[in-house]
Design a protein around this ligand. Structure first.
Ligand SMILES: Cc1cc2nc3c(=O)[nH]c(=O)nc-3n(C[C@H](O)[C@H](O)[C@H](O)COP(=O)(O)OP(=O)(O)OC[C@H]3O[C@@H](n4cnc5c(N)ncnc54)[C@H](O)[C@@H]3O)c2cc1C
Length: 471
């Protein structure tokens, strides 16, 4: 059977795919959107950003209630109804994905629940959720099939081993939880389970948590979680996992190769994500896939096949929802004939731990790697009135400046609410602001955003709340 042809088909309805489909329909194209789920949402809404942030909000409430004792308000130990918490997460996801389903209908996009495979550069075979297989021919396609958790080799099949998806299903809080991988997903979910009462251990083979983030930012988080988590093992590898009577026995090797064993009730493996570029029939098209499995694209997100575009996680790093959405908009506009390109100067990254870490534009780590000359100005939150009112002086704001042009090249923030604050940095970097723009823009008082203004002031020798003696 064949479905009637469309101008554009989008495969995968995550934040990249549905944004692309919506934009293309708004621009007047006839659009079909294919996904395995009943409504759009993708990993981000069903198994990623939204469920994890729903739980992180609950974790924050628990943590703040505990810290309220420091200023004289004590609530006692929280009573956690895990089923209610999970149902609340489910209701948030259902509301958002249902809303996207309604928006799809309003835009007259043909939504097909099923799995698509390319037959050639202008036709798909779609195995629909009702089991019927249909052909769909198209003028252009956007591949937005996203990514999945990377597995570790030789793991036993066990209900005591989670990936990020099963950890978010949440049916119980384990006693001892080992998080394998100190990246953002492991640290966020570790934070959630810590606040719910699990004893968290983290193992990371690199010398620090959050490889990729600047060390001075990651160190603030490290100091805090070191005091909260049971154990953080750096430069340590997992050698083997074996199921035992009621959990998992894990064999580790430290940096000298010395092996040791520990028992855990549950293990969360969060060692990265892999693009979904296999099993799609790409061999029947001209699409090229690189050695890491990412689809190769140009600055309009067009693949090597003139009819096929690719966006989001399947099209390369950084694997972030907002990057996927932006690429989706560019691809849809390019297909509609607009002169556009994907060329951001600043894709923000946010780690929603406690404290949060956020950065955009150039990082100090990258500048060191390339030898790019920069000046870094910092404002420690110990000098922020707002941070003091929150009882959270464990923060730092820094600005990376081009010493010659005084342009703002990047901003990094660690501290509560850093994820909201970084948007100012994105605007500064994208707009090519000079550091004086940040210094001269009046920031509201008392806010944490003032730390950006004061870091900018210190570029010129002094800032109001930090005394620096003259040399
Ligand atoms: C636990 C977790 C937390 C995260 N938190 C954040 C965060 O806070 N902020 C952030 O920016 N990012 C976060 N991410 C990453 C974010 O989820 C991804 O970057 C984003 O979802 C990528 O969007 P996408 O559109 O490329 O594809 P995805 O969201 O991966 O969606 C792809 C869709 O394609 C469908 N699909 C695949 N193959 C086919 C096929 N053959 N036919 C039909 N449909 C198909 C899939 O079922 C899926 O629905 C998180 C991820 C995880 C796992």
């Amino acid at each position: 059977m064949s479905l009637s042809p469309v101008q554009l088909v989008v495969i995968g309805a995550g934040p990249g795919g549905y944004a692309a489909a919506f934009k293309a329909a708004d621009l007047g194209l006839s659009v079909a959107l294919v996904d395995k789920e009943a409504n759009p949402g993708g990993v981000c809404l069903y198994r990623g950003c939204i469920p994890s942030k729903t739980y992180l909000h609950a974790a924050k409430v628990i943590s703040e209630a505990r810290h309220a004792a420091d200023f004289g308000i004590a609530y006692g130990a929280p009573k956690i109804d895990i089923n209610k918490l999970r149902d609340w997460k489910k209701s948030v996801v259902a509301k958002l994905t249902g809303g996207l389903g309604a928006l799809t209908k309003q835009r007259k996009i043909r939504y097909i629940q099923g799995e698509a495979v390319f037959v050639n550069s202008s036709a798909l075979k779609i195995k629909k959720s009702d089991g019927i297989v249909e052909d769909l021919s198209f003028e252009k396609a956007i591949l937005a099939t996203g990514s999945r958790p990377s597995a570790m080799p030789n793991l036993p099949k066990s209900r005591h081993i989670w990936d990020s998806t099963s950890a978010l299903d949440m049916d119980a809080v384990p006693g001892r939880l080992l998080v394998v991988g100190g990246g953002y997903i492991g640290m966020e979910l570790g934070t959630v389970y810590h606040e719910l009462g699990a004893k968290i251990s983290v193992v990371e083979m690199m010398p620090g948590l959050l490889p990729g983030a600047d060390r001075d930012l990651a160190d603030v988080l490290y100091k805090r979680v070191k005091g909260l988590f049971a154990r953080i093992m750096l430069e340590t590898k997992v050698v083997k996992m074996e199921e035992n009577k009621d959990g998992i026995t894990v064999t580790f090797a430290d940096k000298d190769g010395k092996e040791f064993k520990e028992d855990y009730d549950q293990v969360l493996v969060s060692v990265g994500r892999k693009p979904n570029s296999e099993g799609l029939g790409l061999e029947n098209t001209k699409v090229k896939v690189n050695a890491r499995g990412f689809v190769e694209v140009n600055d309009q997100r067009r693949t090597n096949d003139p009819n096929i575009y690719a966006i989001g996680d399947v099209a390369g790093d950084p694997m972030l929802a907002h990057k996927a959405t932006h690429e989706g908009l560019v691809a849809a506009e390019a297909i509609a004939g607009h002169k556009v390109a994907f060329e951001p100067r600043a894709i923000p990254a946010v780690v929603f731990t406690d404290p949060e870490i956020a950065w955009c534009g150039l990082t100090e780590t990258d500048a060191q790697k390339t030898g790019q000359e920069i000046r870094v100005v910092k404002f420690p939150w110990g000098a922020s009135g707002r941070a003091l009112t929150l009882g959270r002086q464990d923060g730092l704001t820094k600005i990376l400046v081009d010493p010659k042009t005084e342009r703002v090249l990047g901003i990094g923030i660690v501290g509560v609410g850093a994820g909201e604050m970084i948007a100012e940095g994105v605007v500064a970097v994208e707009m090519g602001s000079v550091v004086k723009d940040l210094k001269l823009s009046i920031h509201p008082h008392p806010t944490l955003s003032e730390t950006i203004m004061e870091a900018a002031e210190s570029f010129f020798g002094s800032s109001t709340h930090i005394y620096r003696p003259k040399k």
